[in-house]
Design a protein around this ligand. Structure first.
Ligand SMILES: [Zn+2]
Length: 342
């Protein structure tokens, strides 16, 4: 009976090791990160097994040879131990990566690689300001603070729930940003062919009707055109007639996806804050951040700072958490729909 005193060594255990960053060598940490594989380490025998889905690659530092799926011998290249770290030569890294293939690069399935959260306003632009009298004292709450708080909570939830995806923020502090800076930042995110980014602009509402309350999600009106979604550079098509058709198709896709994202978010919010805030539904308007983001894009209004009761609630950490949770659940639902096999 072969002794199999395997110890599962997780990513964290090896994070303190020296990185061979400048060379073309890879640390075991980089191999794990790139492939999403897990490492089992048999300390007694000095043998590691990398596992990704149903593929196993066994290796022993000091030997050029390894085993694939416990059966097929394969020359991997030089792998050695340095100061408690495991270093893969460029050759070994390439071989191991090709065997373990990161799922994302081989997949043609649609994948939401990036979620862009735009916390509205900031800095010298407070957004809507709710001014109320509480116990005879003047009390005020600013939209820019509410939306930053909820956006940061949402960012943290998404990073925990989807560590492999990029969660990008337009701002993470009280900074002023022009509207174009927000959409430019989102539009300039680099994506692989099957990858998509989604855009959420987070706001809080104000109106003269101090009784108005609740949350709503805005999308671009279907008849509104974003324009320039597809060009000859990205498609290799130069015929203006064909490009125009491709643009129309893309416009329609974005409209449908934005509507579905908005519905998912409304359902999420209804589940988390629906007992205290009414669902005002999906609305359409040509908000510039939504129009200029060349991706599924929505604008969320969390609640009314002009409603005293709702304004006070939006100063409560529990409610802010629930708002973020509702958005998070909505995004989870949208991802499930969007990435389902066609
Ligand atoms: Zn706003």
């Amino acid at each position: 009976m072969v002794r199999r005193a395997f110890f599962v060594v997780l990513l964290l255990c090896i994070s303190m090791v020296v990185l061979a960053a400048e060379t073309r060598e890879h640390t075991i940490h980089e191999i794990l990160e790139t492939t999403g594989a897990r490492l089992q380490w048999d300390a007694d025998r000095g043998i590691g097994v990398l596992r990704n889905a149903n593929t196993y690659v066994s290796f022993r530092p000091g030997s050029r040879w390894g085993l694939v799926n416990y059966a097929n011998q394969r020359e991997l290249g030089e792998i050695r131990r340095v100061d408690g770290n495991i270093i893969f030569s460029a050759e070994a890294a390439e071989t191991v990566l090709s065997i373990l293939k990161p799922a994302r690069q081989t997949s043609t399935d649609r994948y939401i690689s990036t979620i862009f959260i735009d916390a509205g306003h900031g800095g010298r632009d407070p957004g809507a300001v709710g001014i109320h009298t509480i116990n005879g004292e003047r009390w005020e709450i600013k939209e820019k603070d509410i939306v930053l708080d909820v956006s940061m909570r949402l960012r943290d939830m998404l990073r925990r729930g989807f560590p492999e995806r990029d969660i990008v923020m337009s701002r993470e502090d009280d900074t002023y940003l022009r509207l174009e800076e927000r959409t430019e930042a989102a539009n300039s995110v680099e994506l692989a062919e099957n990858e998509t980014i989604i855009f959420l602009s987070i706001h809080a509402n104000a109106t003269f009707n101090t009784r108005a309350k609740g949350f709503e999600v805005w999308v671009l009106p279907p008849e509104e055109r974003r324009g320039g979604l597809v060009d000859s550079r990205t498609t290799g098509v130069s015929d203006p007639g064909v490009l125009s058709i491709l643009n129309t198709i893309r416009e329609e896709e974005l409209t449908i996806e934005s509507v579905l994202l908005s519905r998912s978010l409304l359902t999420g919010l209804e589940g988390s804050v629906g007992d205290v805030a009414p669902n005002r539904g999906m609305k359409t308007a040509s908000w510039s951040v939504v129009r200029n983001a060349r991706m599924p894009s929505v604008l969320v209004e969390l609640g009314f700072v002009t409603n005293k009761e709702e304004a006070l609630r939006m100063a409560e950490p529990d409610h802010l958490h629930n708002l973020a949770l509702g958005l998070y659940n909505g995004i989870v639902e949208f991802i499930r729909y969007f990435e389902a096999p066609q």
